[in-house]
Design a protein around this ligand. Structure first.
Ligand SMILES: [Zn+2]
Length: 151
């Protein structure tokens, strides 16, 4: 393989070469299935429960997410903090690994897995693998910055 800058370069046969499609999205990377505003069920960990909870934020390209009432910590703040002008303890949610949650399907009222397909207009949409209902458009993975939780 020849590179215009470096000339001939050696690439290990087993090494994965990032393959960028015309949309600027890394191929081979799965589209983010769960997005902000969805409901999920936490299936493992300290906050494991069968009740659906709201996703507040999706971070790190879909690998982590902040879920309402899950992984709550106390943050001690000084006076003048915008969320607590008198200071004290603020209860905020910290992100958890996305592998610990399952998407909650509103139409079949069950935790389920999502599939991806193209609808008649050519848009990539998610669908419930249990009841086959479409669950809105899928979003392409984006390298999101590790944002501060609760902000
Ligand atoms: Zn369903």
């Amino acid at each position: 393989m020849t590179c215009p800058v470096l000339g001939s370069i050696f690439i290990h046969r087993d090494r994965k070469i990032p393959d960028i499609t015309n949309q600027g999205v890394l191929r081979g990377e799965e589209a983010m299935k769960i997005k902000k505003g969805d409901h999920v069920v936490v299936i493992t960990g300290d906050d494991e429960s069968s009740s659906p909870r709201l996703v507040l934020q999706v971070l790190a390209g879909g690998q982590k997410m902040v879920i309402q009432g899950v992984n709550q910590v106390y943050k001690h703040v000084k006076r003048g903090h915008p969320k607590s002008p008198s200071g004290g303890r603020l209860q905020i949610e910290m992100p958890i690994q996305s592998s610990n949650v399952m998407y909650y399907c509103e139409s079949c009222q069950k935790p389920t897995r999502l599939g991806l397909r193209y609808d008649d207009d050519g848009a990539k949409v998610r669908y419930c693998k249990k009841c086959d209902t479409s669950c809105g458009e899928a979003i392409s993975p984006k390298r999101t910055k590790y944002a501060k939780a609760g902000s």
